[in-house]
Design a protein around this ligand. Sequence first.
Ligand code: FAD
Length: 382
Amino acid sequence: MKQYFQDEHYMLQDMVRDFAANEVAPIAEAIDKEERFPLELIPKLAELGLLGIPFPEEYGGAAMDTLAYTLVIEELAKVDSSVAITVAAHISLGISPIYLFGNEEQKNAHLPNLISGKYLACFGLTEPEAGSDAGGTKTTAVRDGDEWVINGSKNFITNAGFSGVCNLTAVTDPEAKRPGGVSVFMVDPKTPGFTIGPPEKKMGWRGSDTRALTFENMRVPAGALLGELDVGFSQMMTALVGGRISVAALSLGLAEGALQAALKYADEREAFGKKIYRFQGVGMQLAEIATEIEAARHLVYQASYVKDHGGNVVKAAAMAKLKASETAVRATNMAVQVHGGYGYIKEFQVERFFRDAKVLTIGEGTSEVQKLVILKQLMKGL
Ligand SMILES: Cc1cc2nc3c(=O)[nH]c(=O)nc-3n(C[C@H](O)[C@H](O)[C@H](O)COP(=O)(O)OP(=O)(O)OC[C@H]3O[C@@H](n4cnc5c(N)ncnc54)[C@H](O)[C@@H]3O)c2cc1C
């Protein structure tokens, strides 16, 4: 990957690969089985600087580029998607909106704590009736003196049970045409009226934390408003562009992990007196998926480059997320198939990979939504 990488990228990649092998791989199966959030990894990730890769040093970050961040998520996902999404949601959806839109006081209050892993951050956009239609927010925030009073709910919020701050959207101008009139509030989950639901029972990502949130007459100070009033939808969409690149990186890593497992197994397993990769039906699947993964890799690294250097990052991120997530679903399906009956048994990591893949075509915009985003850019001539 010489066309994309500099020395610092190779060094970071090696470091994360070691961390994933030594700290994540040994617990990956257990956290999936026990549906346990691996809280013990957060200080270790922070110590290596992995929670602050794209943020300036003044807040404790590593001041590296988006490609570096992409590589971190990719390497973690080769081993465990739950840990990868925990980090990706924290950085792209939790920290980034505060970094991009917060004032200095808000940034100083949260960024050093978030980057040092003192607490995590979450992103509350989705509601029971507003998923793909993310501008259809029903949660309201009404100004009362120096406070806002928030009522409503959010669904499927990653890291919600372990966050010290949650970025939430709420309607602040009921008369405005949606998605206008929505604002973002940075809320401490300990605020009275903030209720965190139990962890969702999930098909995959079982070591990641996903919960519903409800807000009942929750009073937050005026200073909890993130950036400008009534522009929250566009703030969240900006954060989601970065988030989509990180989910694309996660998808790429998971697809690579699945391919490696399938290659190894196809080289070990024999049937009809020969290694199974020698059967064209198996070997050609491996070759096809490897080619799909390389195509996804270029889109993911390209989107990372465009984010830092200019260009149509909305289109690049949507294309990368669409291609990489669909490839991850195909690659993990192929890996289970190549493992035969053993692929269906929990001792083999491809069974977990297969379950972890499906959400990638759903979260941070479904594949259908990515196509709508791409089409909109194309029709604008961009
Ligand atoms: C594990 C997990 C973690 C998540 N983490 C977060 C988080 O941290 N923060 C957060 O805010 N959200 C989070 N989400 C929510 C996620 O982003 C939404 O589930 C997703 O955007 C889809 O919304 P929905 O579930 O309401 O589905 P819907 O919007 O109801 O979609 C249902 C189906 O209809 C299709 N559809 C809808 N509209 C169109 C259209 N116009 N054209 C074509 N097809 C369409 C969709 O593609 C989908 O196939 C998470 C979800 C999961 C499962």
